[in-house]
Design a protein around this ligand. Structure first.
Ligand SMILES: Cc1cc2nc3c(=O)[nH]c(=O)nc-3n(C[C@H](O)[C@H](O)[C@H](O)COP(=O)(O)OP(=O)(O)OC[C@H]3O[C@@H](n4cnc5c(N)ncnc54)[C@H](O)[C@@H]3O)c2cc1C
Length: 442
């Protein structure tokens, strides 16, 4: 048993089981086919929504299922039991595409885009990265210029590597509305039916294959002012808040990837024989697996603890959720987390976020301001550590599988490709270290 279980209450345990059941029934039987096709059926969003799995971490008032950060972590672990990171991240692109809209508390954006997406009717994505900039968010060049005659904005630019971008109905897009590198950024919702929005390329990838990834082009796209998310200039701080959840989720993907690779390896070394004995009998094999298991446990402890710290005292209704979960033998995931109210969580878990302050003295155009985000160091550490563990455990898992580990038919082969993105996506390993170092006062 992992000591991390001590951090879970009954609602987490039930939710994880429910997600795992969904993944084994709806994803696992098709995972290989969808990985090869580079996409999964759109209907899966509807099925996941009906099971209450899309709205985890979103307040019921916006159509979510409630729950907190630790619920999100265990739901990712459960979904990963489908054996396809691509499907899991494709289903969850709303987890990065919708929070800016929810944070804006704009009822038009909520009703038009958030609710239908959480209901599985539409697909949302987040478009930050561009051909010319990724880590350096202040380098975003996609520009939204206000047309004073109509109040609309005219958007021109391009976005790259956008998960779910080839078929997203809701494109939450970071645009430049002013010259200040950080204070001049604003989110807008673009939709594929707007004139000038196009998918320039559907990208082929090393891993995460069942998720579609797009390059998008925006050519004189007229965007109504009602599609602006929050005030002009609020984009950078909104994005920093968003990164907290995204990076925690990526830590959870790392833990789940490594755990699956470990389990596959434990099974394989008992079945496979060499020199007249199961390879599990070689001391070097046992030690390798002992190291892998230790790393998985450490990454899991760190990720769970950060998630629990995010949740601590931040949402009410925990007892109510427990009572509701205990009242039913097999509650739906929606039922198990439904009574949790996460509005406080969504607003309060990142304490004291301040709007960008006007610069009083000249500073480097690339000096990144640090909004006061709670647990930013810990989230960055967990993301980096779990990503490293996933890469290293998958490397060892492939090694333990010998030639079979290099074959498309083994899960560890897929996991080893999927793991490689974790130190890159959502903020690279190096950028995470910059953040950690800054928090250490360096
Ligand atoms: C499969 C996939 C899915 C993705 N999904 C999305 C999505 O849905 N939405 C979205 O907006 N983006 C998405 N991304 C983009 C992803 O977040 C970026 O790739 C990532 O942030 C890195 O940016 P970059 O690729 O431009 O690399 P760069 O920023 O060009 O970095 C290149 C190298 O330079 C290093 N580097 C950069 N700055 C520093 C520094 N200050 N100090 C030290 N080293 C530095 C980096 O660590 C890296 O090693 C996705 C990417 C992939 C591959």
């Amino acid at each position: 048993m992992s000591v991390t279980k001590l951090l879970l209450d009954e609602s987490h345990v039930l939710l994880r089981k429910q997600c795992e059941r969904f993944a084994r029934a709806e994803i696992a039987p098709h995972a290989t086919k969808w990985e090869e096709a580079g996409i999964f059926p759109r209907e899966l969003y509807g099925k996941a929504a009906a099971a209450g799995l899309l709205g985890i971490g979103f307040d019921e008032s916006v159509g979510g299922s409630g729950g907190g950060s630790l619920h999100l972590v265990v739901s990712i672990e459960g979904l990963m039991r489908g054996g396809s990171t691509g499907v899991a991240v494709g289903l969850w692109s709303l987890g990065i595409g919708l929070p800016p809209l929810v944070q804006s508390k704009d009822s038009f954006l909520t009703d038009t885009f958030v609710r239908p997406t959480l209901a599985g009717e539409t697909i949302a994505c987040l478009a930050i990265t561009e051909p010319g900039t990724g880590s350096d968010v202040a380098g975003v060049r996609t520009r939204a210029v206000r047309d004073d005659a109509t109040g609309d904005y005219i958007v021109n630019g391009a976005k790259l590597f956008i998960t779910s971008g080839t078929r997203a109905d809701v494109i939450t897009t970071l645009c430049r509305t002013g010259d200040d590198p950080h204070g001049g950024l604003t989110f807008f919702v673009l939709t594929p039916d707007m004139n000038g929005v196009s998918v320039s390329r559907s990208l082929r990838k090393t891993g995460w294959c069942a998720s579609d990834t797009a390059e998008l082009a925006f050519d004189n796209v007229r965007v109504p002012a009602t599609h602006r998310v929050g005030a002009e200039g609020s984009g950078f701080v909104t994005l920093m808040r968003n990164f907290q959840t995204e990076r925690l989720a990526l830590a959870a993907y790392g833990v789940a990837t490594a755990e699956l690779a470990l389990e596959e390896s434990l099974r394989y070394v008992r079945e496979r024989s060499a020199f007249g004995r199961p390879i599990a009998k070689f001391q070097v094999t046992k030690h390798k697996l002992a190291d892998m298991a230790t790393k998985v446990e450490a990454a899991k402890c760190m990720t769970y603890q950060v998630a629990a710290a995010m949740d601590a005292g931040k949402y009410q209704g925990r007892d109510k959720a427990l009572a509701s979960a205990a009242a039913s033998d097999a509650p739906s995931p929606a039922a198990s987390v439904h009574s949790l109210r996460s509005s406080e969580l969504n607003d309060a878990r990142i304490d004291g976020v301040r709007p960008p302050q006007p610069a009083t003295a000249p500073r480097s155009p690339r000096a990144t301001p640090t909004p006061n985000l709670g647990l930013v160091k810990e989230v960055s550490m967990a993301k980096n550590f779990a990503a490293e563990v996933a890469v290293s455990v998958c490397y060892d898992a492939v090694q333990l599988h010998g030639g079979m580990g290099y074959m498309r038919e083994t899960l560890v082969e897929r996991l080893s490709r999927d793991a490689r993105l974790l130190p890159i996506g959502g903020g690279t390993q190096e950028v995470m270290k910059e953040i950690i170092a800054k928090q250490l006062g360096l």
